[in-house]
Design a protein around this ligand. Structure first.
Ligand code: ZN
Length: 412
């Protein structure tokens, strides 16, 4: 994707004096003359930032403004101990709310709506972002936070909430509870806004079936404002990312090379006007791709990315093609005679990469050989190579309560 002229100007403005404002970037860009960055190609030579770099700056080493300018901090949950702390100026807080309000607008939310917010409030950026955007738009916020299903459903009925903000797993739980209690006709929900957690197509179908709402995917991460830097629209399942705030690149996670539009890879984000903690070429490890086709909604000033397909750590490379397990999962989800379980084994056979794909048939009535052929053909047409598909009986593939390991790379 070509950088828009305004984006290049914003980046140049941000880089000017950055090393003086920020000890973090003084170190990061040591020996690099930032004034010499004049084109997109120059920019693409700058080193990436990683979450680990941000963590090393704990607690406030990322700040690029004097302490009195910082009006809030947020923190991403550190699974490995030290969290990342992101300082925000008042302008950053306002900019985030502006972006989030735009998300609601793209989802067709209006000041008449009542927005039930179930993501958590606290150090992380979830609940408070949904809240600030909702208030900025002028809709009524119902700030529930997570959990307490009885109370959620009571408020949903009594306050006649029309919009639900939730993770897809919590939306599914609520949807199934609504179905179980037979109260769908007492629920006024018309829109559902998902957090950016990756959700399988089967989960979405199920939620759509029960609630019958329009569904929108919102994107963002704590390091870069929080959720709300982009959302899907009525023009399809892809997410627009706000080009006046964020510059998006897709890179090959192995080589770091910027990939052409349409090719899957890792999302790298640069903030264009963030003051408290600007981020330059931040590796998200989220997998997606830039959608080259224009959006039917007409907002082509904001480029679109695919919904998040997983983490770059899960990516496989086969015959030079990047593949993620979720692509296989999505293909299998379209076959009613296959279960949702699968296993991928990669090996090196006669000098060629080979993918063996194990899939379960839902019953013994299924023609195993035929199902295998149909899935193989679908993978070929969607991803570009033919795997060896082996259909097995239901229950043969291992299951686990946590994350099931699905990919085994047996190549040298
Ligand atoms: Zn659109």
């Amino acid at each position: 994707m070509d950088m828009q002229p305004a984006q290049l100007e914003a980046i140049k403005k941000q880089l000017a004096g950055l090393k003086e404002r920020s000890p973090f970037y003084a170190k990061k860009f040591e020996g690099i003359d930032l004034d010499a960055i004049q084109t997109q190609a120059d920019f693409e030579k700058l080193p990436f930032s990683e979450k680990a770099d941000l963590r090393d700056a704990y607690p406030l080493g990322l700040a690029a403004v004097p302490s009195e300018k910082i009006t809030r901090i947020h923190s991403s949950s550190g699974t490995t101990g030290t969290p990342v702390i992101i300082p925000y100026t008042q302008k950053d807080v306002d900019d985030w709310a502006i972006q989030f309000a735009r998300c609601y607008e793209y989802a067709g939310v209006t000041p008449q709506d009542r927005v039930q917010i179930t993501p958590g409030y606290g150090l992380w950026t979830a609940g408070i972002g949904f809240q600030a955007g909702c208030e900025r738009l002028g809709a009524m916020a119902v700030p529930m936070g997570p959990g307490n299903t009885d109370k959620q459903l009571k408020m949903m009925q009594d306050l006649e909430s029309t919009v639900l903000c939730a993770t897809s797993s919590y939306a599914l739980l609520l949807a199934e509870e609504i179905e179980k209690r037979g109260i769908r006709d007492q629920i006024k929900l018309r829109k559902l806004i998902f957090g950016s957690e990756r959700s399988g197509e089967k989960t979405r179908q199920r939620i759509r079936e029960v609630l019958g709402c329009d569904m929108y995917d919102i994107y963002g991460l704590t390091e870069v404002y929080g959720p709300g830097i982009g959302i899907s629209c009525d023009g399809g399942d892809y997410m627009h990312v706000w080009s006046d705030y964020i510059y998006v690149e897709i890179i090959d996670p192995e080589t770091g090379e910027v990939l052409p539009d349409g090719e899957p890879g890792e999302i790298v984000l640069t903030t264009l006007c963030k003051e408290g903690a600007p981020l330059i070429r931040f590796r998200t490890h989220d997998l997606s791709r830039i959608i080259p086709e224009p959006c039917p909604c007409g907002h082509n000033e904001h480029p679109r990315i695919d919904i998040i397909k997983g983490r770059s750590d899960d990516m496989m490379k086969i015959h030079g093609v990047n593949v993620f397990p979720s692509q296989i999962e999505e293909i299998i989800a379209h076959f009613e005679d296959a279960s949702s379980e699968f296993q991928i084994r990669l090996s090196h056979l006669d000098g060629r990469d080979t993918m063996r794909l194990y899939v379960e048939a839902v019953s013994g009535m299924v023609d195993f050989a035929d199902l295998g052929r149909r899935i193989g053909a679908a993978v070929k047409s969607k991803i570009g190579f033919t795997p060896l598909v082996k259909v097995v009986e239901l229950g043969v593939l291992p299951r686990s309560e946590k994350k099931t390991k699905r990919v085994f790379d047996e190549r040298d």
